[in-house]
Design a protein. Structure first.
Length: 191
């Protein structure tokens, strides 16, 4: 028994300090709990949960702190973010922002060109040029519909620019726009 315990104790003495010091994989290890919902590489197949890979670091940090502080309500996110300090949330944000957006599926929307026109006209100036807004191309349709519904009922704040852009959409255009964004799983299809 002593023969086994001795080497184990020596091993622990050597390994624990290196684990505490952190390393290249620390962000990945911290984000392991996120994988269950947001996917191994931050990519999520269609559903109500967003893909995180490639989102801007500023947007992710802002969103994670809003969940932690209770300014943004989520099914499990408020509880999941409890107890995390700003440096740890910055690590999460940095980790997911550096993951590639990936190509999961080709675009399949029949209204692809119309959706692209609507996106360029109403959305791209914020969602591609401002660091604190989410990248929405390729995002899950059900998730985006849920966010818009939350904004409509006041559970999430809608920026003035977005409220103005949304009010400019006519019947059916929102669905065309969302169909286009859902279909943008490949960068080549959605420049």
């Amino acid at each position: 028994m002593r023969v086994v315990i001795g080497p184990l104790l020596i091993g622990l003495v050597l390994v624990v300090p290196s684990l505490q010091a952190g390393g290249r994989g620390e962000s990945f290890m911290l984000s392991n709990g996120c994988i269950n919902c947001h996917g191994f590489e931050g990519q999520r197949t269609p559903g109500a949960i967003p893909s995180l890979a490639g989102q801007s670091e500023a947007y992710l940090f802002k969103t994670l702190t809003a969940y932690r502080d209770g300014k943004l309500k989520g099914t499990i996110m408020n509880r999941a973010m409890e107890g995390y300090d700003d440096p740890t949330l910055r690590q999460f944000a940095e980790y997911y922002s550096r993951l590639p957006k990936g190509a999961l599926q080709p675009g399949v929307s029949p209204a692809h060109q119309q959706g692209e026109r609507l996106y360029t006209q109403h959305c791209s100036s914020c969602h591609e040029q401002q660091a604190d807004t989410p990248y929405v191309k390729g995002q899950n349709l059900e998730y985006m519909q849920g966010v818009l519904k939350d904004m409509a009922v006041g559970q999430r704040t809608m920026p003035e620019e977005m409220a103005s852009a949304m009010s400019a959409l006519k019947d059916g255009e929102l669905q065309q726009l969302l169909g286009y964004l859902q279909g943008c799983k490949q960068e080549a299809l959605c420049r």
